[in-house]
Write a protein that binds this ligand. Structure first.
Ligand SMILES: O=C(O)C(=O)C[C@]1(C(=O)O)C=C[C@@H](O)C=C1
Length: 253
């Protein structure tokens, strides 16, 4: 859909679709135990001294460098975790429609997303242990981080649509830099409740063992549906709303 035709219904529809990518990402990651060395400061240090630090950082940084050359970050819906020193794109530029308000478009909270994912979320949906599959673990973390980042930063589009639909409602709070009022204005509790129920249901459907005999999967899922619901309620939606508030605060700049 052309950006300028976006409505609250269509951006919500995109958020619903993105739930699938996030839940599949979580299921893939939950296939491995925590594998702490993936995040250890000292795991990667090679004799060439080309890189040192956590393996996950290495994998994300190198992947982003490659994707930047392929033009990924020219798309306003994509946000790199390591925006410093990205190489230029080698592909012809695409004329992405400018839908966001330019002074607010550059918000990037990937640092918070990274810290939250590593320090809070992972422990909730992966088992303890170490199976040595650190590179595969980092590759599945990368997919989760990208899906989460895309969803959370989608809050910019949601905020823009809300602002365009009723600017008079938002302008006084933006001028007063009143974060609490903005947060109240953009919060729809009923929608949040529906999101939490739907993601739990999707986690049940996507995460069940599919067999050819009649036995059910004994209520066992690849990722706990109640945890998925909690990840959304406690972190994913609050971070999305944080992006919405930050965006609106710059909407009249
Ligand atoms: O649907 C909206 O209105 C949004 O702003 C998105 C979202 C979410 O993150 O899913 C965030 C805030 C609302 O309270 C409801 C849902």
């Amino acid at each position: 859909m052309a950006r300028n035709c976006l409505t609250l219904e269509s951006v919500r529809h995109s958020l619903i679709r993105q739930e699938d990518s996030i839940i599949f990402g979580l299921i893939e990651r939950a296939h491995f135990p925590i594998n702490f060395p993936t995040y250890s400061q000292s795991y990667v240090s090679n004799s060439l001294h080309t890189f040192s630090g956590p393996l996950l950082r290495f994998v994300v940084k190198e992947t982003e460098a490659l994707l930047a050359k392929a033009g990924r970050y020219a798309n306003p819906e994509e946000h790199p975790f390591f925006p410093e020193d990205l190489p230029p794109s080698v592909v012809p530029p695409h004329n992405f429609e400018k839908f966001l308000h330019p002074p607010a478009a550059s918000i990037n909270i990937n640092k918070d997303i990274w810290d939250t994912y590593i320090n809070k979320l992972l422990q909730l949906f992966v088992t303890p242990g170490d199976d040595g599959n650190y590179a595969s673990t980092a590759a599945s973390d990368l997919l989760c981080l990208q899906a989460l980042s895309r969803r959370i930063h989608y809050g910019k589009l949601v905020a823009e649509v809300k602002f365009r639909e009723s600017p008079q409602e938002y302008e006084p709070a933006i001028r007063a830099k009143d974060r609490d009022t903005l947060m109240k204005l953009l919060t729809f509790e009923k929608v949040e409740e529906a999101v939490m129920k739907r993601v739990a249901k999707k986690a049940m459907m996507f995460g069940q063992e599919v067999t050819l005999n009649k036995d059910g999967n004994d209520g066992k899922y690849k990722v706990d549906p109640s945890v998925v619901s909690r990840l959304y309620g406690d972190w994913i939606m609050p971070l999305t709303k944080h992006v919405e508030v930050e965006y609106l605060l710059r909407r009249l700049d």
